[in-house]
Structure formats: structure tokens, C-alpha cells
Design a protein around this ligand. Structure first.
Ligand SMILES: Nc1ncnc2c1ncn2[C@@H]1O[C@H](COP(=O)(O)OP(=O)(O)O)[C@@H](O)[C@H]1O
Ligand SMILES: [Mg+2]
Length: 263
């Protein structure tokens, strides 16, 4: 089983979009996939998957007020997939978001234990991929997602905000936690991908010796045009966005989880 967090320094880099599409791509390939939303600040997966009014959320499982059976929902039957696609949503209610943001360190220490118990259960049940869609930055819940994962996929744009922020995360969060980071550049404006590609060379130079680069995903207008209610890997599986992400999915599949941090 491979378990990875999709994380970033800043918000809006495309974590949720990429995590959902990667989950669908793996499930279409016949893998059994669990996608857990650990972004309690801005829950979004329910919008993307069109799921409303759950009785129990990841917040409840981590608080030990619901079991994983209450929280996890198998969406595989809704789509034409060869593998399982199981989701755990976080609670989008504004009061619940406020409550969640007020949780203290002690609560988050308990939450990481709950997360690790769930991960081991999913491993025992034979799931192939567990993906955490996390909040940006270094709040406890993001750190927990990183700690519970085998490695982190860092979604960044090609700009100095994300270069500096991602390097800070690598140096000050992932490395001390001994978690390998893999950069995934998203929303890359097409002119940067043609010609002599100086921006791409800069990214390669900046992250050399820091993190492997999984790929450069162009900015496609089709993605925002779908207004957050379409998963391209389902609606346009052979389109350019899904095709590019299939290559990323393949690279992630090739990551050796057993390789030690720093190797
Ligand atoms: N490759 C892309 N090209 C164009 N727009 C994108 C791309 N990836 C994501 N987006 C858009 O960016 C916005 C933020 O994406 P989202 O996945 O919610 O980011 P995050 O989870 O990092 O906050 C959404 O409107 C989404 O449709
Ligand atoms: Mg998100």
C-alpha cells in the first residue's frame, strides 16, 4: 500500500483537484483507493463529488465520536471504475470548521493515533492507495497528514512564493519528520512549457538536491470552467489534463516506499 499526503505551502495550488483526479485514475486502473479529506479549514471534496449531508465526517472519527464505518463512503458504484473508491469527507458546516480550528495540541495528538489506526486497518483490508487531501501550511492537521503518510506530494505553482514556501516546508517540516517530498507543479502557464523553458529550468535548479519533481501540469481552462463539480479523470479521461495526471500517477506508483528518507 502507498499512502501519501497532498500538501502545499499556499492555498489554491490545486491539491484537492489533483488528489481527487489521482484517486479516480488509480481506481479506474483497478486499484482500491481511499481518499481522506484532512483539510478541515476549507472542505471541498463534498462539492467535487456532489455529496451532501453526511451523518459522520473525518472530524468525528478523529474525535472518536464515530467509527470509520460511519465515516467512509464507497463511491465506486456511482462511477465506472474497476477498483474501489472510498472517501472520508471533512465537515463543511461553518460552526464545525470553527470548532475544528480551535482544537488544541492534545486533540491533534489523539487524532494522529486515530489516523494511524485507520491507515493500518486500510492496509490490512488490502487497499492499494491511501491519499490525504490536506490543508496548506503548517497547522497541526497538515502536520498530522504528513506524519501519517509514507511521503508527501507538494503541489506548487511556478512562482517564487511557492518556490520559497516549498523549500521552507522541505527544510523545516518534511526533513525533520524524515518524510520525502515530491514536487508537482500545477497551473503552469503554457508559454512556460515551450521554447527554452527558463522557468522550468529554474524550478529544476531550485529543487535539485531537495526533492524529486513528479511533473509539470499545465493550466487548463477546462478545469476551472467545470466550476469544481467535475472530475476530469471521470468526465474526460482521455483529455489532456487527465492524460498528464496519468503520467504523474505512474511516477507515484514507481516510488519505492521502503526507500529511506535521504536516499
Ligand atoms: N491545472 C489546472 N489548471 C487550471 N485550473 C486548475 C488546475 N488545477 C486546479 N485548478 C483550479 O484551481 C482552483 C483551486 O483548486 P483546488 O484543487 O481547490 O486547490 P487547493 O485544494 O490547493 O486549495 C480550482 O478552481 C481548480 O479548478
Ligand atoms: Mg483543497
Amino acid at each position: 500500500m502507498k499512502c501519501f499526503a497532498v500538501h502545499s505551502y499556499k492555498g489554491g495550488t490545486g491539491k484537492t483537484t489533483l488528489a481527487a483526479n489521482l484517486a479516480v485514475i488509480y481506481a479506474r486502473m483497478g486499484h482500491d483507493v481511499v481518499l481522506l479529506e484532512l483539510d478541515f479549514q476549507a472542505p471541498s471534496l463534498h462539492t467535487l463529488f456532489g455529496v451532501r449531508g453526511r451523518d459522520a465526517y473525518m472530524n468525528d472519527y478523529l474525535s472518536e465520536s464515530a467509527t470509520w464505518d460511519d465515516v467512509l463512503v464507497d463511491l465506486g458504484d456511482n462511477y465506472d471504475l474497476d477498483g474501489l473508491l472510498v472517501l472520508g469527507f471533512s465537515n463543511p458546516d461553518v460552526d464545525e470548521i470553527r470548532k475544528q480550528l480551535a482544537k488544541d495540541r492534545k486533540w491533534h495528538m489523539q487524532a494522529i493515533s486515530q489516523l494511524l489506526v485507520l491507515k493500518e486497518r486500510l492496509r490490512a483490508e488490502g487497499f492499494d492507495y491511501v491519499i490525504f487531501d490536506s490543508a496548506p501550511g503548517v497547522h497541526y492537521s497538515s502536520v498530522n497528514a504528513v506524519v501519517a503518510s509514507d511521503f508527501t506530494v507538494v503541489v506548487a505553482k511556478i512562482d517564487n512564493f511557492d518556490f520559497d514556501g516549498s523549500i521552507a516546508l522541505i527544510d523545516q517540516l518534511y526533513n525533520p519528520l524524515e518524510r520525502r517530498a515530491f514536487m508537482l507543479f500545477n497551473k503552469v502557464v503554457p508559454p512556460l512549457l515551450t521554447g527554452s523553458r527558463p522557468a522550468i529550468s529554474t524550478a529544476e535548479e531550485v529543487f535539485k538536491d531537495k526533492a524529486e519533481i513528479l511533473g509539470f501540469v499545465p493550466c487548463y481552462c477546462d478545469v476551472p470552467l467545470a466550476m469544481g463539480s467535475e472530475i476530469q479523470a471521470l468526465s474526460q479521461p482521455d483529455g489532456p489534463f487527465a492524460t498528464r495526471l496519468q503520467q504523474v500517477a505512474q511516477k507515484i506508483a514507481e516510488i519505492d516506499v521502503a526507500a529511506k528518507h535521504g536516499t
